[in-house]
Write a protein that binds this ligand. Structure first.
Ligand SMILES: Cc1ncc(COP(=O)(O)O)c(C=O)c1O
Length: 375
């Protein structure tokens, strides 16, 4: 590939920070960069506590443990997500129940969430948690979701893996659940190659997450353990890279939004092609620029035709998430469906969206797409 969909963008002092960590010999899942990254990250997402972990998935796993989800408990989540969200629910023995998306944010539909919670209440067993997902750099409609969840007294865990830097009304992504999870996987808006962060305003939970992520070692000179723990802490080397990346977050958000704007200016007039919406009072990072292509209105051109035209020029683009309720591994899970996520999957394509895309890259990509539509 010549142009990847969302490659790492190491354009600051990542190298110097990494060498600083290396030279200090703090080459372990602890050290000064881990502590500093936690402090800086908590400030960036306007939360009190952040715990640096090995991945976004491990942050979700620990969040579900901290929320007390037990084997057999139901956990509601978005069907329109990456599999990691639903996988983490199964790690604690939970049963995922999938809720469809709305048209306006492409995230969990508050009306369907309320309908599902009412049915759960009528059956006499509420879910242990709701895991919301902020897809493609855009928050859910949290005013509605928070109100519904508090009515039924069900806690929210926010999967903000894709949404670092996004805002909803006056608040930052990551501030909506009791606990939120972020990812620093290689394709994310900032990356540590692999890594994640758990954030919360509850100090006891943050301390407990640190304890569980370091094999749950009790206070003793020897190795004493009274609980099952995990090896989930972030390496100090990676935290150094993460600090350099985090210091550029605003510029990376601005660049991804500028990519989106360019695509919209260039391609917005094409019949049958529409962009992921951004409702009023939402500020998406446009982590990925996503489009829907309606072959009825585009003279038969499909998302896959565009994907193939780009791939022929060594340019990567990808379909939107295949909903979890359609995944063989989650066959049989209950769901509240409206058809929206299946429609998004059937028509959607994510275009190259990296913060290191050049003007020439963008011009090349849009020219290829235009010519596929015969323009
Ligand atoms: C919505 C969502 N949740 C969770 C994850 C898992 O994060 P990680 O890959 O860091 O484990 C990802 C991305 O990778 C994601 O996109």
């Amino acid at each position: 590939m010549r142009i990847y969909m969302s490659p790492p963008d190491m354009s600051g002092n990542e190298r110097e920070m990494l060498l600083d960590a290396f030279d200090s010999n703090w080459i372990a899942p602890l050290g000064p960069h881990v502590n500093a990254l936690e402090t800086e990250f908590a400030k960036a997402v306007e939360m009190d506590h952040a715990v640096a972990l090995a991945s976004g998935t491990s942050a979700l796993h620990l969040a579900l443990i901290l929320m007390g989800v037990r084997p057999g408990d139901e956990v509601l989540t978005s069907t329109f997500t990456f599999v990691a969200t639903a996988n983490a629910i199964t790690y604690v023995g939970g049963k995922p129940v999938f809720v469809d998306s709305d048209r306006t944010s492409w995230n969990m539909d508050p009306n369907l969430l309320e309908a599902e919670l009412k049915q759960c209440a009528n059956r006499g067993k509420l879910p242990a948690a709701v895991v919301t997902v902020d897809v493609n750099g855009q928050c859910c409609d949290y005013n509605a979701i928070e109100q519904i969840c508090s009515k039924f007294d069900v806690p929210i865990i926010e999967d903000a893996a894709e949404a670092l830097g996004a805002r909803y009304h006056t608040r930052a992504a990551g501030s909506f659940g009791e606990i939120a999870a972020f990812s620093f996987n290689g394709n994310k808006i900032i990356t540590t190659s692999g890594g994640g962060m758990l954030v919360t305003s509850n100090k006891e939970w943050a301390d407990h997450a640190r304890f569980l992520s370091t094999q749950a070692r009790d206070a003793a000179v020897h190795y004493e353990h009274s609980q099952i723990g995990y090896n989930y802490r972030m390496s100090n080397l990676l935290a150094a890279v993460g600090r350099a990346q985090l210091s550029q977050l605003d510029a990376k958000v601005a660049k991804r939004r500028a990519n989106f704007q360019y695509y919209e200016e260039q391609l917005g007039g094409i019949d049958g092609l529409e962009f992921m919406p951004e409702p009023n009072d939402f500020c998406s990072t446009r982590w990925l620029t996503a489009v829907l292509i309606d072959r009825e209105k585009s003279d038969g051109v499909t998302w896959d035709d565009v994907r193939q035209a780009l791939a022929a020029e060594k340019i990567e683009s990808r379909p939107l998430w295949k909903p979890m309720h359609l995944q063989p591994v989650f066959r049989g899970c209950r769901c509240q469906l409206s058809g929206v996520s299946e429609d998004l999957f059937g028509r959607g394509l994510c275009l190259p969206s990296g913060s290191n895309l050049t003007d020439e890259d963008l011009q090349l990509i849009t020219n290829i797409i235009k010519s596929r539509f015969g323009l």
